[in-house]
Design a protein around this ligand. Sequence first.
Ligand SMILES: N[C@@H](Cc1c[nH]cn1)C(=O)NCC(=O)O
Length: 463
Amino acid sequence: MRTARPLLPWIVWGTAAALYAVAIINRSSLSALGPAAQEHFGIDATTLATFPMIQLIVYAALQIPVGVLIDRVGATSMLLGGSILMVLGQVVMATVHNVELAILARVLVGAGDACTFISVMRLLPEWFALKQLPVVSQLTGLIGQAGQLVSVAPLALFVSLAGWTSGFLGLAAVGLLVTILGALVIRDRPGVGTFAERILGKTGKITRNARSLGGIHNTGTVEMAPPSTEMIPVMRPTRVRGLGFWDQARRLLRIPGVRLAYWVHFTSPFASNVFLLLWGTPFLVGGIGLSPAAAGGMLSLTVISSMFAGLVLGPISSRFLERRVWVNLGIVIGIVTAWVAVLVWPGTPPTWLLIVLLVVMPLGGPASMISFEVLRSHTPRSFTGFATGLVNTAGFTASLLVILLIGLVLDWQGAGSPEDYSLSAFRVAFAVQIPFWVLGIVMIIIEQRRTGRWMRENDRKLR
Ligand SMILES: N[C@@H](Cc1c[nH]cn1)C(=O)NCC(=O)O
């Protein structure tokens, strides 16, 4: 059955990545439908802006609980459960006219979305060799970005043709289809049955044949006892059950590599998240003076740049294992430089500088995937779900805080609504990012040093 070997991991990954792409479509499904949503629910812009905020808060708040559950019940169940929550959320969105129920719908979508990415990331080391992981992780991010593209113009067109209810029911139907596919295809690891097989109590031939894959794959996470301060790798798999949440958290956070991964994720993606999720269009239109169409065109540059970076950064971080954190730091410094140039430019920044910003800033998304590589090198396998959730919280917490602070600083300057927007007010508001970058960069440098010392003291090599 040699020929089946290389194919099944890719089929499992492709299906999981499709679930992630659909999650991103669900996540951003209102981004191009603002006016339609306002008309459908009869709401103002402020209420509309609470939809993505609530969704993001739910997403970030659930990362650690979902991570803990992934370690307990497995990535496949969480992935499929999350997908079902998003289907329900979109069915509610399609069928209600009441704004409170619409918020409930966004809570369901946010909760389902929270289960998706970290479940996919948890599956990867079970199916791919260590060397392949950076590339496959970046490809996963890239497929998510493709979902982002679909959720802008094509979804808006679909909803304008089919109508609100059919449009959102259509999205729910796509979600249901990929969930069914996932139940038939995705397995937690080689040799474990699909969700459908486990429900039926039968193990199919493909699953049985796949058992041998578990042995040949050199996975990225190490099997060892939960770490103590003097962590030494344990070659024989050890399962320690019954550790409480805080014990797990304490043990994880004692590992400098886990803290390093946290700060890498904290520092790199927030600038582009903030721009894409809320403040990009107001800044380009209300601050710079572009037309909404030109601003939309500029924003699509960010997706293309991020997808391209995803292709390049995977092989780079796999080849330069020892330097991957510096690659991340280099990208962060590029983002800071581009932003500072825009903030201090006398008068309106020229188009070329805005293009540089919109090409460099989104590199932070793919660069943040390096945090999961760092995490894999330092986290015991039995803790990976929890640790991935913890690290994924970092960038999203920073994004949420910066989104809120920009709004507050605009309000404080009396420039909180579209008619009062000005370039000078946006300059002051976007400067709130600077302390976040400084904190992140300092912590990366500190934790990188501590990690290096810890590796030397424990005689460990990066792999
Ligand atoms: N940094 C993103 C992923 C990414 C990859 N390329 C661009 N962005 C991330 O952490 N995503 C989590 C999620 O749930 O999407």
